[in-house]
Design a protein. Structure first.
Length: 396
């Protein structure tokens, strides 16, 4: 790359006819390059890319920005290899966006061997403004170099194998450097000799891929390490001994809820075996720890034959609704018209308010609600909701 040079074409405004501007230089330098880039096709495109459009009609039109083109000297000619464009946008403060080779897919259009020259140029322009791009390019190039180093090896350390499995999941690497090393491996054999931390990391690397279907997890410690990463998908690979241990499953759920709440996804709870998705103890734990999942619980009960049978049993139905209401009050919210009530048959609905405790005495104040207010509001809203359901069913 030492015979390469960068040329900058500065952002500018449109100039009167006849006055030289950077967009003229850009077009003249690229027009005979045989590149498929839009900026190599017309002067108008070069003008819009450097100056922006006169009248914006959509967010798809180009913003004004500086363009940097990298040329390599071949046969005494400068051949354009790649380019990037830096535009500014405002999001409370000035931020910078970099577009590579005119594509919306980030670095994917850039041959990876040229990443070092882009990194060097971005550092030269402004290492702070372009920190995220620099770090991403460095990570991708580091992964590329490491994959090259592993091509000649046939025996690997645990760390090297974990790296290969992590790269297998990525789409932004050279697949030929990864697939040939992973496709014929026995992932269960690799898993067995890894450390517990390595086993958890291996599962997290391949979850959601066909490789995960080949893994069996029999260690509770490994399952717990996976749950600590806000992931319950390991339950699909768990041994029957783990799945049958309800006490442990509840402990695992608690670990999951105590992981980073910002990234918790309700869909993760669907990895629970069906027997636990309709279990009152499990549902209670979910309601108290993660309230925004009522619709998912409704779905579980409706789709399960055993769940529908349970809903016809007064003891289960009353306890289910009581847990829901009490969990709301604990969070400082009154009852709302949940679909849970609509799951229950008329004979259970009729006197349901007589079978539910609305919370301990006294409840602490929650914001603008006192504990007693929450209970009274919940009681009256439950009665109104029950009346609506019964009236609707009578008309239907």
């Amino acid at each position: 790359m030492k015979n390469g040079i960068w040329k900058k074409y500065e952002e500018t405004t449109r100039k009167p006819n006849g006055e030289r501007a950077s967009y003229h230089d850009l077009y003249d330098d690229l027009k005979n390059s045989r590149r498929s880039w839009e900026i190599a096709q017309s002067l108008d495109e070069c003008t819009e890319q450097i100056c922006g459009v006169d009248f914006r009609t959509s967010g798809l039109e180009p913003e004004a920005g500086d363009i940097y083109v990298y040329y390599v000297l071949k046969n005494e000619r400068l051949i354009p290899i790649l380019y990037f464009k830096i535009t500014k946008f405002y999001d409370g403060k000035i931020k910078h966006f970099i577009e590579y080779n005119g594509g919306p897919t980030g670095y994917d259009r850039i041959p990876i061997q040229y990443f070092p020259v882009i990194i060097s140029k971005l550092r030269e322009i402004d290492p702070e403004k372009h920190k995220e791009d620099i770090e991403e390019l460095e990570t991708r190039y580091h992964n590329y170099e490491r994959l090259l180093e592993l091509q000649s090896k046939t025996e690997y350390t645990e760390e090297e194998l974990l790296f290969l499995y992590e790269m297998y999941r990525k789409r932004d690497v050279d697949r030929s450097l990864v697939d040939s090393k992973i496709q014929n491996r026995n992932i269960q054999d690799d898993y067995e000799w890894f450390s517990e931390a390595g086993k958890a990391r291996l599962f997290l690397a391949v979850k959601g891929t066909p490789l995960a279907d080949r893994l069996s997890i029999s260690s509770k410690n490994v399952m717990t390490l996976i749950a600590e990463k806000s992931c319950l998908q390991g339950l699909s690979n768990a041994s029957s001994e783990i799945v049958k241990d309800k006490e442990y499953i509840m402990e695992l759920l608690q670990v999951f809820f105590e992981s980073d709440q910002l990234v918790l996804q309700p869909e993760q709870l669907s990895n629970l075996p069906e027997c636990y998705r309709i279990d009152l103890d499990i549902i209670s734990l979910i309601f108290y720890q993660y309230g925004m999942i009522t619709n998912k619980v409704v779905e579980w009960l409706e789709k399960s034959t055993k769940g529908r049978k349970k809903l016809n049993k007064p003891e289960f139905a009353y306890q289910l609704l009581e847990v829901f209401i009490r969990s709301l009050i604990k969070r400082g919210e009154p009852y709302y018209e949940s679909d849970l009530l609509g799951l229950l048959p008329n004979q259970i609905l009729t006197d349901i308010e007589k079978h539910i405790m609305f919370g301990p005495e006294p409840n602490p104040s929650k914001g603008s609600w006192s504990g007693e207010d929450l209970k009274q509001a919940s009681y009256h809203r439950l009665l109104n909701h029950k009346a609506k359901i019964l009236q609707y069913r009578k008309k239907s």
